[in-house]
Design a protein around this ligand. Structure first.
Ligand SMILES: Cc1cc2nc3c(=O)[nH]c(=O)nc-3n(C[C@H](O)[C@H](O)[C@H](O)COP(=O)(O)OP(=O)(O)OC[C@H]3O[C@@H](n4cnc5c(N)ncnc54)[C@H](O)[C@@H]3O)c2cc1C
Length: 381
């Protein structure tokens, strides 16, 4: 067992850290306030090879694994959960097409996403189907060489900037087995953006309603077999949960750093508050839970990279890391006292960012359902 980063992982972390310091930290608070998303940041990360880390080099990726991907995502999330999520969501169609796309789909859609020149989206949720994604209603009817899609998707991260959307729609009867997956291109007639959600945080990341009115998608853009779309979506989410967990690590790490710094600087009762046991114990719990979660995230990434079953462990990593981030950011606000509640420090933003991580890519109740089912079958611990 080796707990050190490899030379490649260290190099990636340094690359990401330098880019984030120069390009994201200076704009993040302003852009969160104004809801400004800058595609050039994704392009810049792409130039460094950070937008297609787990994709083969032949398809324009870095040819590395999730163990490298989580290192880069954590670094980006230290400054901005929104940009880290942007990279992670752009990764979803890439990973799905790499693992199950046709050669034509791979060569057409992956290289622009892997290089950061294009942005990707993943569109599963609808108004009436969130956790129960298998009940989605958007329809896709076969008509000669095309499917005709009708319906309204909700919550599609960065659909307004995306050129490639992996979208799930119903081709058959009710339930998960009636769902198929499609690649939709940005300017397809009939596809338009509806409302943009007004959210608690993560304002840089635009969360979009997508309206589909007689959208014609060529049959060759179906991903996997007809009826296999729910499995395609789940495969994306199993892998995606590792990335959301990595984002949570970055959010929590900055919160802890800010709290520890404050505890050294802020004096009360004649000494730094970090010398008070009540504050020290909070810092101790924060650091211990961050490191525990990081180990779970690394394990899930290692399992995936080694071709082993990883879905339950990805749920455990997502559950532990995002609950940890919620607790650590809340405690960081507490340690900063009144200042923690102001926008003079990043911790209130980090707390708002942590909250959404407990909801996206399967709420933490859904993660507990997945883990609980696996544990129910397990004989040895
Ligand atoms: C900022 C943001 C970005 C998003 N981006 C995307 C995206 O890019 N693509 C996409 O497809 N979706 C996206 N989503 C949607 C997200 O995946 C859903 O919000 C999430 O799956 C939960 O669905 P819901 O909001 O409908 O909540 P519901 O499913 O209505 O759940 C409400 C509550 O009930 C609980 N609950 C539901 N079922 C159970 C159960 N069986 N047992 C116990 N508790 C249960 C939930 O945990 C939750 O607490 C995004 C959401 C947000 C907020």
């Amino acid at each position: 067992m080796n707990f050190e980063l490899t030379p490649v992982q260290s190099e990636l972390r340094e690359l990401a850290r330098r880019f984030v310091k120069k390009n994201i930290w200076p704009i993040v608070e302003h852009d969160e306030e104004t809801g400004t998303f800058r595609p050039e940041i994704i392009a810049g990360l792409g130039e460094l090879g950070l937008t297609g880390i787990p994709v083969p080099e032949a398809l324009g990726g870095a040819g590395l694994g999730y163990q490298e991907y989580i290192v880069a995502l954590e670094e980006i999330a230290r400054a901005s959960a929104a940009y880290a999520i942007s990279v992670a969501v752009t990764g979803l169609p890439q990973v799905i097409l790499t693992e199950g796309g046709t050669d034509a789909q791979k060569s057409k859609y992956i290289p622009p996403l892997a290089s950061g020149k294009a942005i990707g989206s993943f569109s599963l949720s609808e108004a009436s189907s969130g956790s129960d994604a298998g009940s989605l209603r958007t329809t896709a009817r076969l008509d000669g060489s095309h499917y005709i899609l009708n319906g309204t998707k909700l919550w599609t991260t960065q659909a307004d900037s995306a050129s490639t959307i992996l979208l799930m729609a119903r081709t058959g009867g009710p339930g998960p087995k009636g769902i198929s997956a499609f690649i939709l291109e940005k300017d397809t007639p009939g596809l338009r953006m509806g409302k943009r959600e007004k959210k608690m945080g993560l304002h840089i990341s635009h969360t979009m309603e997508c309206v589909l009115e007689n959208v014609r998608v060529p049959i060759e853009n179906r991903v996997g077999a007809e009826g296999a779309g729910f499995q395609v979506a789940m495969n994306a989410l199993y892998a995606g949960r590792i990335t959301i967990a990595a984002v949570a690590l970055g959010v929590a790490a900055t919160a802890l750093e800010t709290a520890a710094h404050h505890s050294r600087e802020r004096q009360q009762f004649g000494r730094p508050i970090g010398e008070l046991q009540g504050v020290q114990f909070m810092l101790a719990d924060m650091a211990t839970s961050l490191d525990s979660a990081r180990l779970l995230v690394q394990r899930a990434a290692w399992l995936k990279d080694n071709g082993l079953p990883f879905a339950t462990e990805a749920s455990m990593a997502k559950l532990a890391a995002t609950d940890m981030a919620m607790q650590v950011t809340t405690d960081a606000v507490q340690i900063l006292g009144g200042s923690g509640y102001t926008q003079d420090f990043p911790v209130e933003r980090l707390m708002r960012e942590a909250k959404v991580l407990q909801i996206v890519e399967g709420t933490n109740q859904v993660q507990r359902m997945i883990i609980g089912r696996a544990v129910h079958q397990q004989k040895e611990f």
